[in-house]
Design a protein around this ligand. Structure first.
Ligand code: NDP
Length: 485
């Protein structure tokens, strides 16, 4: 990492980096080596107060601009991000441990996509006119005010923009709290937005763990909270937001099913299962971690899968030829190892992987369990690591019923050459983000989000506009007012 890429203080508030060493220290660890690469401090009440005060001020100024003017700032920020893609990707790799071969293509670039897309939409956000005889109603699409974004650690740059870009496009301000595991990337987003012309305070980044998030969620001046995180945290944040009757978007966890029928293209199916389980070392919320394979092709599927996994290049994530990196933290590695042990103890068949990789980094081998049954813990709980559970099925109706037998509903996928079946099956799967003969694509043009315990609301696409704005309706009477008395 070059020094000009490394953020130079803990927070970015009111248009500038801000330090307050009185906050609890947080060590930023490079997951590939365990080395501490930065030390930052959690936000103190004074930092939070400044973030709120400057956010409110900037929001008033920003909302007074036309949508087109706001959009111009966002698209300029997108251009800056693309110009600095390599530096930002290196930072993302240092923050998360994800290999540069991924981050160069999906992190700052997808964040820029969001800035560009919502920047483009900003000028087209309108209300409507409703004629009612000679009277009429018009609606005004208004911003919500000061929004809070709280991120998980797997996609820090992307999450900060998936929340920030639609919020800002609609005329809101945002305070973003990254995960304490990956605090660096969002600071660069804030810096770039100011460089692109956003008013100071419009997009503030404050650091800290759950307590700082909770202080923001509970703040009376905050109008909306968007969280990307686990279901247990989602429950707490949703409840706290309800207390203040705040708007929420909840992007939570999953245990998504991937159904592979015996007519599927074998290489595509294996490729989809790899993308849906091992990309970002399995730390992806929408992963298809319950892979239901039709019984007749199971062994052939497992053999191809093991062959392909043997080709994974595991190592230094900054080496561009490496395509599989470490877990984000020692703690996450312990959690994932615990699940691997449970899988073994419950009698699942270990097809490959199952161990840590020696060294200082937090590496775990890509792991596949076969003969997994629906009641096993590894088939029920989100692992958030490189652990695939392969389950057998015989027919379509059975596969659909078992796939839906989960409290989660984030994603679902189906591989089949029979497109009628593909649509029929997807139509019955209870999930928000689905795939036919593909897995884990998340273009900004498509709504993204879950059903059931996987969350409420949608990110990306025009749908996100509805979650960052509200309608004021204005009745206009053209004639006299007739009152009863
Ligand atoms: P957590 O739920 O542990 O944390 C999410 C964020 O919430 C973190 O910034 C955390 O702070 C913060 N937080 C924790 N407690 C509170 C609280 N009481 N009030 C406010 N904020 C709080 O999730 P992880 O970071 O471990 O991320 C993994 C989870 O995220 C998985 O379940 C995954 O499925 C989900 N996820 C969902 C996605 C989606 O779009 N649906 C995408 C990516 C991940 P800190 O961690 O710093 O303490």
């Amino acid at each position: 990492m070059t020094y000009d890429t490394q953020p130079n203080a803990s927070h970015f508030v009111d248009g500038a980096y801000l330090e307050d060493a009185a906050g609890d220290p947080i060590d930023v660890v490079y997951p590939a080596t365990g080395a501490v690469i930065a030390r930052i401090h959690a936000a103190t009440p004074a930092v939070i107060a400044k973030a709120v005060e400057s956010g409110l001020r900037a929001q008033a100024e920003w909302a007074a601009l036309s949508g087109r003017e706001r959009g111009r700032v966002l698209t300029r920020a997108a251009r800056i991000m693309r110009d600095r893609n390599r530096d930002l990707s290196v930072l993302e790799t240092r923050d998360t441990g994800k290999p540069l071969s991924e981050t160069l293509y999906v992190d700052a670039t997808s964040a820029a996509d969001a800035l560009e897309y919502f920047g483009g939409l900003a000028g087209s956000l309108t209300g409507e006119h409703v004629q009612l005889g000679q009277d009429w109603v018009y609606t005004i699409r208004e911003p919500l005010g000061l929004c809070v974004g709280i991120g998980a650690w797997n996609y820090p740059t992307q999450i900060s923009c998936w929340k920030g870009a639609p919020a800002l496009a609609c005329g809101n301000a945002m305070i973003f709290k990254p995960s304490e595991e990956t605090p660096l990337c969002a600071l660069k987003v804030a810096e770039i937005l100011v460089e692109a012309g956003a008013p100071a305070g419009l997009y503030n980044v404050v650091q800290g763990a759950g307590a700082v998030g909770a202080a923001l969620v509970g703040h009376p001046d905050v109008a909306k909270v968007s969280l990307t995180g686990s279901v247990p945290t989602g429950r707490k944040v949703y409840a706290a937001a309800a207390d203040g009757m705040k708007h929420v978007t909840m992007e939570l966890g999953g245990k998504s099913p991937l159904l592979i029928f015996d007519d599927a293209d074998p290489d595509d199916a294996v490729g989809g299962a790899i993308l849906g389980n091992f990309y970002s070392s399995g730390q992806v919320c929408s992963n298809g971690t319950r892979v239901f394979v039709q019984r007749g092709i199971k062994e052939a599927f497992l053999a191809r899968l093991a062959e392909r996994l043997a080709q994974a290049k595991i190592g230094d994530p900054l080496d561009e030829s490496v395509n599989f990196g470490p877990m984000v933290s020692a703690r996450q590695r312990e959690i994932v190892l615990g699940y691997i042990e449970k899988g073994k103890a419950e009698g699942a068949r270990l097809v490959c992987g199952g161990s840590v990789i020696d060294g200082d980094g937090f590496y775990i081998q890509p792991t596949v369990f076969a003969d997994v049954t629906d009641d096993m813990v590894i088939a029920r709980e989100e692992i958030f690591g490189p652990v695939m559970a392969v389950l057998d099925f015989d027919d379509e109706a059975e596969a659909i019923a078992r796939a839906n037998n989960t409290p989660f509903g984030l994603s679902a996928g189906v591989f089949t050459r029979d497109l009628a079946r593909g649509h029929r099956v997807i139509g019955q799967l209870r999930a928000g983000s689905c795939f036919i003969n593909s897995y884990n694509d998340a273009p900004v043009e498509a709504p993204f989000g879950g059903v059931k315990m996987s969350g409420v609301g949608r990110e990306n696409s025009k749908a996100a506009i509805h979650h960052y704005s509200q309608l004021k309706s204005v009745y206009v009477r053209m004639g006299r007012v007739e009152a009863p008395f």
